[in-house]
Design a protein around this ligand. Structure first.
Ligand SMILES: Cc1cc2nc3c(=O)[nH]c(=O)nc-3n(C[C@H](O)[C@H](O)[C@H](O)COP(=O)(O)OP(=O)(O)OC[C@H]3O[C@@H](n4cnc5c(N)ncnc54)[C@H](O)[C@@H]3O)c2cc1C
Length: 395
């Protein structure tokens, strides 16, 4: 792509939850300006990460096509795999062969499962990173019939996956193994509900345990004990691709781009970082990767870029968590309402109301992008976190 005289080129890397929010917002906010918005993503189909445990159990999801949604918004779509960023030359290499230039870069490449965490994960375990891995797991589970599945990681991804597998494959024995109690961040009532649902579905839970190795036929636990498994699903933590680090951007110990309050890279202010790939500090700590925070980061980056192009200063990003919705198969769920710092409130929803709530949340991003591309101000509402996130100025 060549830079036409005067045109400001904004390149958005990644069309996940955060990148799509940035793209639809920015295209709508700069429609009358000499701005070219281009989005690069590995696939044309939008990956609903929030529903990957459904894909992994053979459930078909809606075909959400990114170029179709962007058509008419003014944003261009480029399908390809980003292989390098040159922050000095302000170029991005796609599929090793194409070079795209930018004036402003939005880095939104998300995160992947940390398959380097212990030996054997890469070779012997499945992961819920994208549609291909989830579909491969679904095929394997469909052929399994009976047998043992071990889900490693008792965080919420592991809980949702274990519940879904147990519900869809009742002949299979599912064991959830991890260090923490499932639902550890929830209040006692929500946690007890979640634990009872796992028991009802027949999921065996082993906590306080570290998995030290994945074997071809099971997992090795600390202390050398082994747990036999026909299938191992690894959900133990995430990591961010080293592209930004390789480009010389300041990153944290997980390769996330460290941002200022306006979501610009602290080392390269012409690069915005959003979603899981960014280390964004709030008054209560660094955001952990969620869709609920990722979409607002995309909107905020777009608003900031539009403001900057008009010679104004971007404002500080502020976000407070408000809920943790967790599905427990298709017929049960629990929703923990939270304080802005993600600590649990007294209120939670369970059962049918929680199923409805969780489904509403999971289904909302796509219509939200559509709405924002016509009416960008409709995307500007999210909890700012009140006293938990109050800041004085943009650094
Ligand atoms: C199974 C599961 C369940 C989850 N459930 C919830 C939940 O209930 N609620 C919640 O808030 N969060 C949930 N999360 C977390 C949530 O999915 C992430 O926080 C969210 O996806 C982050 O959005 P993102 O835009 O930063 O990254 P992503 O949504 O991962 O998007 C990144 C995009 O970049 C593309 N990409 C990556 N690298 C390249 C490259 N080199 N070249 C080209 N394209 C590339 C990817 O293909 C993808 O399209 C869940 C995650 C998982 C795995």
């Amino acid at each position: 792509m060549s830079a036409s005289q005067g045109t400001h080129r904004v390149l958005i890397l990644g069309a996940g939850y955060a990148g799509m929010a940035a793209a639809t917002q920015l295209a709508a906010r700069t429609r009358r300006d000499d701005v070219q918005v281009t989005v690069v993503n590995a696939q044309e189909r939008f990956t609903e990460r929030l529903r990957l445990h459904m894909t992994a159990t053979g459930q078909r999801l809606a075909e959400l096509n990114i170029p179709h949604l962007l058509a008419g918004t003014g944003a261009q779509f480029v399908r390809g795999w980003v292989t390098a960023v040159d922050a000095h030359a302000k170029t991005v290499r796609v599929d090793d062969s194409r070079v795209l230039g930018y004036d402003t870069l939005v880095y939104a490449l998300g995160s992947v499962t940390d398959t380097a965490a212990v030996p054997g994960v890469e070779e012997h375990a499945y992961a819920l990173d994208g549609p291909n891995g989830a579909t491969t797991l679904a095929d394997r589970l469909a052929r399994l019939g009976t047998g043992a599945v071990v889900v490693v990681g008792s965080g919420l991804t592991g809980v949702e996956a274990a519940a879904e597998i147990a519900e869809r494959h009742p002949g299979v024995g599912v064991t959830l193994v991890g260090q923490q109690e499932p639902g550890a961040s929830m209040n006692t009532r929500a946690q007890a509900y979640l634990r009872a649902a796992l028991t009802r579905l027949g999921v065996q839970v082993i906590t306080g345990t570290v998995v030290t190795r994945v074997l071809p036929d099971g997992v090795e636990l600390a202390g050398a004990e082994t747990l036999a498994a026909d299938v191992v699903l690894w959900t133990g933590g995430t990591r961010v691709a080293p592209l930004a680090a390789a480009a010389g951007l300041t990153v944290d110990d997980r390769c996330r781009v460290v941002t200022d309050l306006a979501l610009r890279s602290v080392s390269h202010p012409d690069v915005y970082a959003i979603g899981d790939a960014a280390a964004i500090r709030q008054g209560y700590g660094v955001l952990h990767g969620t869709c609920q925070s990722g979409m607002p980061t995309g909107v905020h980056a777009a608003v900031s870029i539009a403001r900057t192009l008009r010679g104004r200063q971007p404002g500080p990003f502020r976000f407070g968590y408000y809920h943790t919705p967790v599905s427990l198969g298709r017929n049960d769920a629990v929703v923990q309402f939270t304080r802005p710092d993600d600590s649990p409130r007294r209120w939670c929803l369970t059962g049918r109301m929680a199923v409805w709530y969780k489904e509403t949340v999971s289904a909302s991003p796509w219509p939200t992008y559509r709405r924002m591309s016509r009416l960008p101000s409709s995307g500007a509402f999210w909890p700012r976190g009140g006293r938990f996130t109050r800041v004085r100025e943009v650094r």
